[in-house]
Design a protein around this ligand. Structure first.
Ligand SMILES: Nc1ncnc2c1ncn2[C@@H]1O[C@H](COP(=O)(O)OP(=O)(O)OP(=O)(O)O)[C@@H](O)[C@H]1O
Ligand SMILES: [Mg+2]
Length: 112
């Protein structure tokens, strides 16, 4: 199951996402929490220790994903490497065993 949390600024997306992730993990599900906020703070909301959070490296989209077109020419993104490898390279394991990945961050001025 994949759950995406998006919406208005300051509405509680990160709080809900982190709490939901930990509750699913406590119930025995394997949970991968992916932060795609340009100002990433999901790891803090999950309770990842600061020294562990410092080891989190942004998973560069261009290195881990590629665009492929299906038979009708519709473009989709797919992983270039196994997800477990991406997690091991860029992620950390937080409280309750939730794996955390950061997909973006402040990439520089004028980047949108
Ligand atoms: N149910 C709630 N009741 C009261 N305060 C809340 C609740 N949920 C979140 N908050 C608080 O509201 C603030 C914004 O929450 P949060 O960071 O989760 O929002 P967000 O939608 O992820 O924001 P952003 O758009 O900046 O990423 C935080 O200070 C958080 O502690
Ligand atoms: Mg947020």
């Amino acid at each position: 199951m994949r759950i995406a949390v998006a919406g208005k600024g300051g509405a509680g997306k990160t709080t809900i996402a982190a709490t939901t992730a930990r509750l699913f993990a406590r119930r025995g599900f394997a949970v991968h929490a992916i932060d795609d906020d340009p100002n990433p703070n999901l790891s803090a909301a999950l309770g990842v220790a600061p020294e562990q959070a410092a080891a989190l490296r942004r998973a560069p989209r261009e290195e881990i994903m590629e665009e492929v077109a299906d038979a009708s020419g519709h473009a989709t993104l797919r992983l270039k490497r196994p997800f477990s490898e991406v997690l091991a390279t860029y992620g950390v394991r937080g409280p309750d065993g939730v794996d955390v990945l950061t997909m973006t961050g402040l990439l520089g001025a004028g980047k949108g």
